[in-house]
Design a protein around this ligand. Sequence first.
Ligand code: UDP
Length: 236
Amino acid sequence: MSKKRILLKLTGEIFLDKNGAPTSENVRSVIAQIKKLSDQFQFGIVVGGGNFFRGSQHGTRMGVRSSVGHQIGMLATMMNGLMLKDFIEQDELSAELLCAMPSPEIGKPISQQSIYTSLKKDEILIFTGGTGNPYFTTDTTAILRALQIQADQVWKGTSIDGVYSADPKKDATAKKLETITFKDAIEKQLGIMDLTAYAMAEQHDETIRIFDIFAPDALLHAARDPQFGSTITKGT
Ligand code: UDP
């Protein structure tokens, strides 16, 4: 039986505790779950960098020009990728670190060929450096890499347990939606992911699951329960 392929998008916040201090606890738990699922699933991981630097937010605050801010954000994802690879290897799984911003000391440059090689070797693929271009997000990167690995689904592990009909922080009547179409997510401006990511996923019919990565055994639940979190699809 061939393995299901999942592109897992991990927010950089996975490296932080509730008080914003660095911790490896969450990420080690995620890796232990990946290990448990490794008979049935192969994972590609796109890691964010928000724990270190977000291009627009931190770049603006620091007063660097926006393209430079985004480059620093992309470098932040590479630092997270290095940590992720180290923890994965400490858990005796094998991983390849792929960099969109060529850094031979850190990992392999991303190419379709290097992706195929790692997939064939049954490695966990860690995609860093975003798309390599400023003004994109790691969410858009996740869709791009999902297409490149021919992922069955994209799983976005975030700090919210799904997609809501309105912002639950502002609207007490907001309801969690089990499934939603890309069209509705875009029209209703439901956030969670940026419009470029939604548009690209819709165009290529890539299904996205959104769930709380900090919930206990989140990945195991995502694997077993199709109703865990929210699912965004092209619809019929
Ligand atoms: N980024 C970029 N191009 C890309 C991907 C990411 O310029 O293709 C920058 C962007 O500035 C972003 C930062 O890298 O703010 C870190 O990623 P992100 O904010 O998505 O991290 P997360 O919030 O998921 O931790």
